[in-house]
Write a protein that binds this ligand. Sequence first.
Ligand SMILES: [Zn+2]
Length: 156
Amino acid sequence: VGCPTELHRRANSVSRRDAFPDVPAEVRRRMSKIKKTHTKPELMVRRIAHRLGYRFRLHRRDLPGSPDLVFPSRRKVVFVHGCFWHRHNCPLSGALPSTRVSYWTPKLERNVERDAEVRTKLQALGWEVLVLWECEIANADAVEQRLRNFLGWARH
Ligand SMILES: [Zn+2]
């Protein structure tokens, strides 16, 4: 079915239902709710980072986990994680799907393991890592504050 990054990207694509028919109905409902309130979480973060004046690159494939936003001069990266796919401890993440447990549980657990591995690898290479969760993105002020705390002030 593809790697977690691919799953994540597809889960956030315009036609979620068509792109990912395996997603349980309950999850699809949650996803469509999110989409209505704040479109694509990663795009929101990009917009905010851009507005604050930071220079960044997207999905650098030469780095572990192809981080969503890469700030090369600061040696810092930001991931924008979907709550369901990366098992955030929040209401949006919800319980594990009750159908096809043997399919979903290992897949989602593997995502969480991989996230930890990616973080360790990046840190070993001298990169600092910030994770922003899908459920936090609706609050633009909070995202702005977290980016500033993490990155320091942008040089204009
Ligand atoms: Zn969450």
